[in-house]
Design a protein. Structure first.
Length: 265
């Protein structure tokens, strides 16, 4: 992330002290990097583009006699299979970019307490991503619904429930990306690992045939995220899905914090 090299040089702890100062420091850094704006723009474009494809596909299937009746927000959530990758990249580069550019040293000079630094960075990015996910979901629905016609009728509760689920899911996904980036310190390694965990691994575990693997695959982050996005009750409800994602995010954050404390910058 070349934009990380534009960070201001800091020779001591940030003024204002404490967690509030660390939050302000991370907020300023996050928005001063061009990659932030690019990834959010790409996420919006991917969501709108694939939502249009999903909506048009549903309409074409309906004309062939297939039953595709489903609330448009739930249909549009399929676009997140692609647009979530932009969020993964955004959250990953927020930390690994500092390691690749060497600016992590400036960050740790500014916020010497490593746990505080990681928490503040995580909170800032998760908050931004939560809002982005909410907006992405609303946009996806507004694009897909007109193309679906009467087959995508939805209520306000379904619209905002899906948008809220999208925001929570992507925020917790960002927490996992930051934590994994802390452990691996490699953008490529982090992104590849998350793609495997989110997309490939649940599919592989589900086709093996072993019951315990099928159960385990149901509790992977991608599956839990799909439940939140579609408000589906299979394989479990939204409460369980949220708990699964929280546990994944917490475990990743604890692991990242432990590695950060023990290794040199």
């Amino acid at each position: 992330m070349t934009g990380a090299t534009t960070l201001p040089k800091v020779v001591g702890p940030v003024k204002g002290g404490g967690f509030t100062g660390a939050l302000a420091f991370e907020w300023t850094k996050f928005w001063s990097v061009r990659a932030t704006w690019w990834n959010l723009a790409v996420g919006l474009a991917l969501t709108a583009g694939f939502a249009a494809i999903v909506g048009a596909s549903a309409d074409a299937s309906a004309k062939k006699g297939l039953d595709v009746t489903m609330p448009a927000p739930h249909h549009a959530s399929q676009a997140f299979l692609i647009s979530q990758l932009a969020i993964v990249v955004l959250a990953t580069l927020a930390l690994t970019g500092e390691y690749s550019s060497g600016s992590i040293r400036t960050t740790l000079q500014s916020v010497p307490k490593r746990g505080r630094m990681l928490r503040s960075k995580t909170l800032v990015i998760a908050a931004v991503v939560a809002v982005a996910g909410f907006v992405f979901s609303l946009l996806g629905t507004l694009v897909a619904a007109p193309l679906m016609g009467d087959h995508g009728d939805y209520t306000g509760g379904q619209l905002f429930g899906t948008a809220l689920g999208a925001g929570v899911y992507l925020a917790l996904l960002a927490v996992m990306a930051i934590a994994l980036g802390t452990v691996l310190r490699s953008a490529a390694g982090t992104i590849t690992t998350l793609i495997m965990v989110l997309l490939a691994l649940p599919q592989l575990m589900g086709v093996v045939g072993a019951k315990w693997l099928e159960t385990a695959s149901d509790h992977m982050p991608g599956v839990a995220g799909t439940v939140l996005l579609t408000q589906d009750g299979d394989p479990y409800g939204g409460g369980t899905a949220l708990l699964v994602l929280l546990l994944w995010a917490l475990a990743a954050h604890v692991a990242g914090a432990a590695v950060l404390r023990r290794r040199d910058a």
